[in-house]
Design a binder for this molecule. Structure first.
Ligand code: TAP
Length: 519
């Protein structure tokens, strides 16, 4: 995870400076970190360290993956996927229609009845192991493709997204022939066909979180990737072919949200899994209400990262930086609210500004880059609008002095202080590199403020006292609470939310339950 990485020099490699490109206000106090630590020009200069894209062949056009074959969309239309770091088109992507969704569901249903449900669980496990191995063998190809399509730094796609995706297939392969241990005393059964819709922030990893447990439990799958990041899902189709997965067991239908809706509402789809925004999650829940389908929703978050006065401050600074700037802050469980104890707030914020000044923002394909490109123009505009609201509502903005590439969608890491709990930046999910700071005096106040949100996905606690960790963690209304660390993911650990962050769990044995009916 990024917290393991060492700081990088802030020396800009590109000279052209520009504001974030949207309504982000010109950072008033942005020029030099107003701290006692590092300031001014860095004495270090990093040579460019670009990852080669030679290993990847991006085709001009991609079709749908239905019944083991690539198919043209029934409507004949395509959409374009762009490289967010350059704004250049990467490929034409089939715009799947409800008729295509219907074909994919038919293929998945047939594969379930005739092949997958008849296989011995040990045989299903072999396919999952094979997929995991192929992902590992082709990891560089996946990492480069993911970075080009999503804008995330190659360091993250290489060290986090792809290895974790492979680990999920490996972990759930182990469960495939042990399902009765996951539901002791009952008889586990697959649902049949599952419909899955995933977002753009971790395209391959979200695919793995969804497909691995579904197949291990004996289901077949129709998955819709996000429109802005379809490429690794389509590369995964190639992995399915390479693993000789029976036709129709995995189907990938690219297309707009309406195509996702026709997948999840189809009566042949017995279980639905969605990761994305709370608003679309609500639409899906309404759309399938009364149909008796299983449903898991992994939605948004507004996590509190709570720093107590006895915390190891430099480690906590690293954890806060990792919590909000990992993947440009486009993370559902991002630690987007910093709750810092008043007695250390000034010193902590000075150290945080120093650390932020060392972050390298720019070409995601450069191995030294800490913060890459924002996934889309629409997301840039949404971040800019919320940042502008923070300024308008009276919070104080600080951004490090740094030059941004002249092309692509880049947003400076942003720190807000003087934030009131009523401000939109304290309440709404920004899904960008923006941290809102709120102070507190007592443990009770920290808990009260941390829980004062409509979301409940994750939280972080920084303190030297184990007893305080236990006290605070048990009082926080969040599905995942990290102590003296942040953004740690493991296939064996369940992940999911409370309140408007959704319901159901992914990962671990709990993640398997969602894909099983037990009698
Ligand atoms: P959404 O707009 O919700 O999109 C997610 C997926 O749903 C995309 O594939 C999208 O397709 C599809 N979709 C859109 N409208 C739909 C509809 N009416 N019916 C069915 N599918 C529909 O979210 P996003 O912008 O991609 O992702 C950002 C949000 O996801 C954030 O709020 C973030 O917190 C959340 N998120 C949560 C988690 C977890 S684990 N809780 C993980 C990642 C992201 P198109 O791309 O074609 O629009």
């Amino acid at each position: 995870m990024p917290s393991e990485e060492t700081p990088k020099s802030a020396t800009p490699r590109r000279s052209a400076s520009r504001a974030a490109g949207v309504a982000a206000p010109a950072p008033a106090a942005t020029v030099t970190p107003a701290s006692s630590g590092l300031s001014g020009a860095s004495p270090w200069a990093y040579a460019p360290a670009p990852e080669s894209r030679e290993i990847v062949t991006i085709r001009q056009r991609y079709g749908l993956f239905i019944d083991g074959k690539e198919r043209a969309p029934s409507g004949g239309e395509v959409t374009i996927t762009y490289n967010p770091a350059t704004e250049e088109p990467l490929a034409e992507i089939a715009k799947g229609t409800p008729a295509d969704a219907d074909r994919a569901i038919e293929a998945a249903d047939r594969a379930y009845r005739k092949v997958w449900s008849k296989l011995h669980p040990r045989e299903r496990a072999k396919y999952l192991y094979r997929i995991s191995r192929i992902l590992q063998e082709r990891s560089r190809e996946f990492a480069v493709t993911e970075t080009m399509d999503s804008g995330k730094p190659i360091r993250e796609s290489r060290d986090v997204d792809v290895p974790l995706a492979a680990a999920h297939f490996w972990y759930y392969a182990g469960w495939a022939d042990k399902l009765e241990y996951a539901v002791p005393g009952r008889r586990p059964e697959a649902h049949g066909v599952v419909g899955q819709v995933i977002p753009w922030n971790f395209p391959l990893l979200m695919l793995a979180w969804k497909i691995a447990p579904a197949l291990a439990a004996g289901n077949t799958v129709v998955l819709k990737p996000a429109s802005t990041t379809p490429l690794t899902a389509l590369l995964f189709a190639d992995v399915c072919r390479q693993a000789e997965l029976p036709d129709g067991v995995v189907n990938i239908v690219t297309g707009p949200g309406s195509t996702g809706m026709s997948i999840v509402t189809d009566p042949r789809v017995a279980k639905v899994a969605f990761t994305g925004s709370t608003s679309v999650g609500v639409t899906i829940a309404k759309g399938i209400a009364g149909q008796g389908k299983g449903l898991t929703l992994e939605l948004g978050g507004k996590a509190a990262n709570i720093v107590f006065e006895d915390a190891a401050l430099d480690q906590a600074v690293e954890g806060v930086v990792n919590g909000i700037f990992f993947n440009q802050g486009e993370v559902c469980c991002a630690g987007s609210r910093l709750l810092v104890q008043e007695s250390i707030a000034e010193e902590f914020l000075a150290r945080l500004r120093d650390r932020m000044s060392m972050l390298r923002i720019g070409d995601p394909m450069d191995k030294n880059t800490d913060i890459g490109a924002i996934n889309s123009k629409a997301q840039m505009e949404s971040i800019g609008e919320l940042v502008a609201s923070g300024v308008a509502e009276g919070a104080q903005i600080w951004q490090p002095a740094c030059d941004l590439p002249t092309r692509g969608w880049f947003f400076r890491p942003t720190l807000f202080t003087n934030v009131a709990q009523s401000h939109r930046i304290a309440r709404e999910e920004i899904f960008g590199p923006v941290l809102a700071t709120i102070t507190f005096r007592t443990v009770a106040e920290a808990i009260e403020k941390a829980n004062n949100t409509a979301y409940g996905l994750s939280a972080g606690i920084w303190t030297e006292k184990g007893s305080r960790i236990l006290q605070v963690a048990s009082a926080l209304k969040a599905g995942v609470v990290w102590a003296n660390t942040f953004n740690r993911f493991d296939p064996t650990a369940p992940f999911g939310g409370y309140k408007e962050s959704g319901y159901g769990r992914e990962g671990g044995m709990q993640g398997l339950h969602a894909y099983l009916r037990s009698s």
